[in-house]
Design a protein around this ligand. Structure first.
Ligand code: TYD
Length: 224
């Protein structure tokens, strides 16, 4: 491993940083951030992206639902309490377009940080589809057979659902943001969270400590 000393130009007094890779070397890693609403994924994605950029990695930060028209359709279907089957298919359609972009970024040797991806569908829609289809998990797996992209690392933020809801109390609530629903979603996440792809993080940690723990997990994979 070669270490290169550079200076952090982003904020505050300059502090030396040690790049763990020579500039210009393509590095590819697909990282997803998952967890129930209110866990602080978006804040974490921002600080993690800054930290990795400071170390010289070429990072793309992205999210689902996306900002394209299919993401808009997803939000509308959720807000209008559309049939959960339609909602699930729209999440998958949005992902289908997004997947092409992610594959392109990865092919350019970039690190992709995605705020929610397919595990969100497996966790949320398995619960939302209860009583609508026979075996929700199987239904979702069949419907998403086209997905070919598996994250290299998934950071799962865990938090008591009541605390998550308290944190987002002032913003408009989506129909998913109810304690009983989110308790089931979190249970579904925990059942899926098999290492080595999944790393669980305690979302009650102070933001800087959480970002540091997340950065450590990403660097471990990047330097493996
Ligand atoms: P969220 O990350 O809160 O997006 P935004 O901040 O743009 O509104 O996602 C919106 C809601 O959609 C959130 O409650 C989680 C849910 N969701 C699913 O149910 N399935 C999915 O596949 C995704 C990506 C999100």
């Amino acid at each position: 491993m070669r270490y290169i000393k550079v200076f952090n130009r982003r904020s505050g007094p300059p502090r030396p940083l040690y790049l763990t890779r020579p500039p210009g070397t393509p590095v590819t890693l697909f990282v997803t951030l998952e967890g129930i609403d209110g866990t602080g994924k978006t804040t974490l994605a921002k600080s993690l992206a800054d930290r990795l950029q400071d170390r010289g990695y070429d990072v793309v930060r992205t999210k689902e639902p996306t900002d394209c028209w299919l993401g808009e359709a997803v939000r509308r279907a959720v807000d209008e309490d559309e049939d959960p089957r339609i909602q699930a298919l729209l999440f998958l359609a949005d992902r289908s377009l997004h997947q092409e972009k992610i594959e392109e970024w990865l092919s350019l040797g970039r690190v992709v940080l995605c705020d929610r991806y397919h595990d969100s569908t497996l966790a949320y829609q398995t619960v939302a589809l209860e009583g609508k289809v026979d075996r929700p998990r199987e239904w979702l797996e069949r419907a998403s057979a086209f997905l070919s992209l598996e994250p290299d690392l998934t950071l799962l933020l865990l938090l008591d659902p009541a605390e998550g809801l308290a944190r987002i109390a002032t913003r408009a609530r989506s129909p998913f943001e109810r304690a009983a629903f989110l308790t089931k979603v979190q249970r579904a996440y925990e059942e899926m969270a098999v290492p080595p792809r999944f790393v669980k993080l305690d979302a009650t940690l102070p933001p800087e400590e959480l970002a540091e723990a997340a950065e450590r997990s990403v660097l471990q994979r990047l330097q493996a």
